[in-house]
Design a protein around this ligand. Structure first.
Ligand SMILES: [Fe+2]
Ligand SMILES: [Fe+2]
Length: 172
């Protein structure tokens, strides 16, 4: 059985992942409207991944005798400035999610729930990976600057990144 404290903290994380999925969906839609198809498909993929992160938590909480709660979500904004602003926001968002996962790991240890501690290691590794991807993308954007041709190539590159990350998540 999960302790009440840990169950509440896991439910909070379910909310965080669901909200991440919403924010990334809004980013995908905005990028699509801007004509950045590569960025849009990358963000649609990120949004789907966040939903998977949420579902994995829902199933875990229920499997451990808790009750995963589906909660209200606030509407994300619809405009994201420049695509550089958007990716800066994505990195900031991922850093907040990492902090929230770390807090959850801390509570699992406090509650001496080693099964949950073990379960959460997947999220710890995932956050390292997601922050690294966001930083790599920002480095590329900084190299391009305001070059339109560079932006076109970047948009194509990031589409490739989506294909690779999908292959990484679903190995054959
Ligand atoms: Fe996530
Ligand atoms: Fe994420």
């Amino acid at each position: 059985m999960l302790s009440d404290k840990l169950e509440n903290a896991l439910n909070h994380q379910i909310h965080v992942e669901a909200e991440s999925s919403q924010v990334y969906l809004a980013m995908a839609s905005w990028a699509e409207v801007q004509g950045l198809e590569g960025v849009a498909s990358f963000m649609y993929e990120q949004s789907d991944e966040e939903r998977q992160h949420m579902l994995k938590l829902v199933k875990y909480v229920n499997e451990r005798g808790g009750h995963a709660r589906v909660q209200d979500l606030s509407a994300p904004k619809a405009e994201f400035g420049t695509f550089k602003d958007m990716f800066e926001e994505l990195l900031e968002h991922e850093m907040k999610v990492s902090a929230s996962i770390n807090e959850l790991v801390h509570i699992a240890l406090e509650e001496r729930d080693y099964a949950t501690h073990n379960f959460l290691q997947w999220y710890v590794a995932e956050q390292i990976e997601e922050e690294a991807v966001a930083r790599t993308i920002l480095d590329k954007i900084n190299l391009i600057g305001n070059d339109k041709g560079g932006l076109y190539l970047f948009d194509r590159d990031i589409q490739q990144l989506t294909v690779e990350s999908a292959a990484f998540d679903n190995p054959k």
